[in-house]
Ligand binder design. Structure first.
Ligand code: 6MZ
Length: 352
């Protein structure tokens, strides 16, 4: 049992560092403890822990990673499940020192349980509000996700849903995510939905160039342009991307959400030292360390910062700066005040 729990905790500096998480998929972030509660609710599914998490040292193909999400979706298929999962995830990020979180999730309907996409989003937002009411020390916003495999029509419906929520939920819904298995579907079919989202004021966080075969799609989607890029693993020329793509990202100053453990365990990056964080960070381009799926990849944001620091030789001061700059890539506009308390820094945000 212990093997599937967090295998190692990050050093105290990284845990106490105030952090900003901008790329976290709700159902990929479900912890060992929450999975245990879900399995107890649904013993008939015969799901075991090793089907929902990839331990340290293990690797999976992307296809296998996407099968893991399907297993988790089986476990999370009622309003009660979603509420519990969202509350647990928000509490866990807060316990890890995350002060600002942009959570993303794909609205799902489940005929069997009567779950609708609208209730799905409402339930996540209710959980977020309850955490706030409970005094959990974290500020949360939500991105509605489009799963690329579901095609044009569903993408457009999802944008309309996100638009409704953006207009009616006190600023909690701030944007749209494009994610899902990168080997399935093509961005050109989703372009009308993304254009609509942009025109109505939703911010766009798009998974781009997560696998090598997406050059043409990336070129097309960069014309929007997106407000942030998820992964962007194959953008730069050394890994088969192109200088034109890099130039477009730099010219538009589009921050990258970079997820070290996810990319290494999912085998799109061969090892930590070859992670594209190095390329973008050295260039001084906005690079934000994120977890992607902290449950599935058995990690947390503190560990991701520690990994980046040990792999690329970052000092505590560099790490502090990296974490501080992440807030500039958040979707809402903030006035920031960062202050140092006696031994550890604190972060305060004031909404503009
Ligand atoms: C692309 C990913 C992903 O939406 O049910 N997702 N999409 N690349 C990744 N890298 C590993 N990790 C997660 O959370 C799970 C869903 O998030 C997307 C997939 O669509 C997955 O089904 P939600 O909360």
């Amino acid at each position: 049992v212990r093997l599937f729990k967090m295998e190692k905790q990050a050093d105290i500096f990284y845990r106490e560092l105030p952090k900003v998480e901008l790329h976290a998929h709700l159902n990929g972030s479900v912890s060992f403890q929450t999975i245990e509660k879900l399995i107890a609710r649904k013993p008939h599914l015969n799901i075991e822990h090793n089907m929902t998490a990839i331990r340290n040292g293990q690797r999976r193909t992307m296809d296998e990673c996407f099968r893991v999400f399907k297993v988790i979706h089986q476990l999370v298929d009622t309003e009660e499940d979603i509420f519990m999962v969202a509350k647990d995830v928000v509490n866990e990020f807060a316990a890890d020192g995350v002060k600002y979180l942009e959570l993303r999730s794909t609205p799902r309907e489940e005929i069997k349980t009567g779950l609708t996409k609208r209730r799905y989003v409402e339930t996540v937002l209710e959980a977020v509000k309850q955490c706030k009411g409970d005094g959990v020390d974290i500020d949360v916003r939500f991105l509605v996700a489009i799963d690329r495999r579901n095609g044009t029509e569903v993408a457009m419906e999802t944008v309309k849903l996100a638009e409704d929520f953006m207009l009616s939920t006190d600023g909690l819904v701030v944007g749209l995510d494009l994610s899902g298995d990168p080997t399935v579907g093509h961005g050109r079919d989703l372009l009308p939905a993304l254009v609509r989202a942009k025109n109505c004021g939703l911010k766009l966080a798009l998974h781009l160039s997560e696998v090598p075969s997406q050059l043409e799609e990336t070129e097309l989607l960069l014309t929007l342009p997106p407000d942030r890029i998820g992964h962007g693993t194959f953008l730069h020329p050394d890994v088969g991307g192109s200088q034109t793509l890099v130039d477009a990202v730099v010219k538009n100053n589009i921050p990258l959400e970079l997820c070290l453990t996810s990319n290494v365990k999912g085998q799109t990056v061969p090892c930590y030292s070859e992670h594209h964080f190095k390329f973008w960070y050295q260039m001084g381009h906005p690079s934000v360390i994120c977890t992607d799926d902290k449950g599935v990849f058995s990690t947390d944001l503190s560990q991701e910062y520690e990994l980046a620091a040990t792999t690329f030789g970052l000092s505590h001061e560099d790490v502090w700066k990296l974490s501080q700059q992440a807030i500039d890539s958040a979707f809402p506009a903030f006035f920031k005040t960062w202050s140092h308390s006696s031994s550890f820094p604190r972060i305060l945000y004031l909404k503009q």
